[in-house]
Design a protein around this ligand. Structure first.
Ligand code: URA
Length: 192
């Protein structure tokens, strides 16, 4: 039943013309992951590789995220990945308010159907879409747990930021990223 509903939502998204990105996209990037996953990762928007393949987080940043997930012990069946918007903004610019609005209902319905207990907000765009506090930067918010409507929302750095940060020292962005993923993993295990 849920699978049919998700399939039909994906079909709807694939035919979407709610905003101008439908004219420049190659593929609608709907999701990658497992039905029944307790944890959902929400990124910003598809990039070039995602647009070409139709799969989220498969470019350089995506590979880095997946490598960290693997190293932390997450299995593919543990998570579901989607983005705030489903079509690539030209030149990888940030999604506009209008594009986010046009896409909002797909993400909302995806969350309802997957019904994860933990939602990881990957980067500032995802953070801003769920937590309305202009003063709350990703640096301040990362690693914190926000309880909203019976779900735990946890912001983390975006992996594209980590591509420019190479240090592994204590308190470096990569070190914090790993700590955040470890905390999320143990949180999900406790809630099962
Ligand atoms: N960055 C994102 O936020 N999402 C993707 O799917 C790829 C890169």
């Amino acid at each position: 039943m849920i699978k049919e509903k998700l399939d039909s939502l994906e079909k709807e998204a694939k035919n979407c013309t709610n905003c101008a990105l439908c004219k420049t996209r190659t593929n609608v990037v709907f999701c990658d992951g497992t039905l029944g996953a307790k944890i959902m990762f929400i990124g910003e928007a598809p990039g070039d590789n995602e647009d070409k393949t139709g799969i989220p987080f498969v470019g350089r940043a995506g590979k880095l995220l997946r490598q960290y997930l693997d190293e932390t012990g997450f299995k593919k069946e543990d998570f579901y990945i989607a983005n705030t918007i489903k079509c690539r903004p030209p030149k990888n610019r940030k999604p506009t308010k209008e594009e986010k609005c046009a896409c909002e209902s797909y993400l909302k319905r995806q969350i309802e159907l997957i019904n994860p207990s933990v939602i990881v907000l990957v980067g500032a765009t995802a953070l801003e879409s769920f937590i309305e506090d202009k003063k709350l930067t990703i640096t301040k918010a990362r690693g914190r747990i926000f309880d909203i409507e019976n779900k735990k929302f946890i912001p983390i750095f975006h992996p594209s930021y980590l591509l420019r940060q190479h240090s592994l020292e204590i308190n470096s962005p990569r070190w914090l990223f790993k700590k955040d993923l470890e905390m999320i993993k143990s949180l999900v295990e406790k809630s099962c």
